[in-house]
Design a protein around this ligand. Structure first.
Ligand SMILES: NC(=O)c1ccc[n+]([C@@H]2O[C@H](COP(=O)([O-])OP(=O)(O)OC[C@H]3O[C@@H](n4cnc5c(N)ncnc54)[C@H](O)[C@@H]3O)[C@@H](O)[C@H]2O)c1
Length: 250
């Protein structure tokens, strides 16, 4: 349906949550996949669950070499790289005066520097194979403050600017867009409410505050990713897409 059968797609953070949903959607569409995650056991379990072609590469995206290796593996396995989805990410919780300097750096390294590394190595490879489409998973935290999340909001806040810049520098061969979700039911969201006495209730209340009265699912985000990767979106670049159940409308 999306015309991405047999295209080569690289997905970071692909073994959990939103990334896992994107991997499943791309696999259903017949894409050939390079999937990154840090946990080899999880990665190999996922490989067994997918029916199409997929190759797992373990590694921490905070290391530039991991990103270089991901691109090299795509070229070695499939001889091309057509699409990239960058979903690896982490929260960085704590007000500025309470936040450890290491936590600030770790959040920036995961949510921003790793994006730079993969773009740096992936874009030339995509250009060599006729160009392609990139989707980064950002957050509504780029546009909305959340108590105690300065490192997260700052790291995600840089992404709209970066995406505009890459669209400008590398079009028309490369299209790049950003998806900014609100609360999606994943292990990351669950961990964000673990400090509360009643995490389940907090999530239920969060859902009820949304105009659409439910949390997002990885599938909600994957649908938008498929559109942006496909040629249906051939006049779309440098943009961000807020997929949030109406969160920013409230
Ligand atoms: N779930 C939400 O409510 C929500 C909302 C807005 C944005 N997001 C963003 O969506 C993306 C995916 O989050 P999720 O909710 O699916 O979380 P998740 O924790 O379920 O999945 C994130 C994945 O990224 C991996 N990862 C983290 N750091 C990594 C690193 N250094 N190297 C390699 N892999 C690493 C994790 O191991 C995990 O597999 C993140 O960028 C997150 O900021 C999530």
């Amino acid at each position: 349906m999306y015309g991405i059968k047999d295209k080569v797609a690289l997905v970071t953070g692909g073994t959990s949550g939103i990334g896992r949903g994107i991997v499943q959607a791309l696999s259903n569409e017949g894409a050939r996949l390079i999937i990154n995650g840090r946990d080899s056991e999880k990665g190999h379990k996922l490989m067994n669950e997918l029916s199409g072609q997929a190759h797992f590469v373990a590694g921490d995206v905070k290391n530039a070499e991991t990103n270089f290796q991901l691109v090299e593996e795509a070229l070695a396995h499939y001889g091309a790289l057509n699409m990239m989805v960058l979903s690896a990410g982490k929260l960085g919780i704590g007000k500025i005066d309470m936040l450890a300097i290491e936590d600030w750096h770790d959040t920036m390294a995961t949510n921003l520097h790793a994006v730079f590394y993969l773009l740096k190595y992936g874009i030339p490879a995509m250009q060599k194979h006729g160009g392609g489409s990139i989707v980064i998973i950002g957050s509504i935290a780029a546009f909305h403050g959340f108590p105690n999340h300065p490192a997260y909001t700052a790291s995600k806040g840089a992404l709209p600017a970066l995406v505009r810049q890459v669209a400008l520098d590398y079009g028309p061969e490369i299209r790049i867009n950003l998806i900014c979700p609100a609360q999606v039911k994943t292990p990351l969201l669950d961990s964000s409410v673990q400090a509360f006495e009643n995490p389940t209730e907090i999530l239920a209340q969060t859902a009820q505050r949304l105009p659409l009265k439910r949390l997002g699912t990885p599938g909600d985000i994957a649908n938008a990713v498929l559109y942006l990767l496909s040629d249906t979106a051939s006049w779309v670049t440098g943009s961000y897409f807020i997929i949030d159940g109406g969160f920013l409308a409230t």
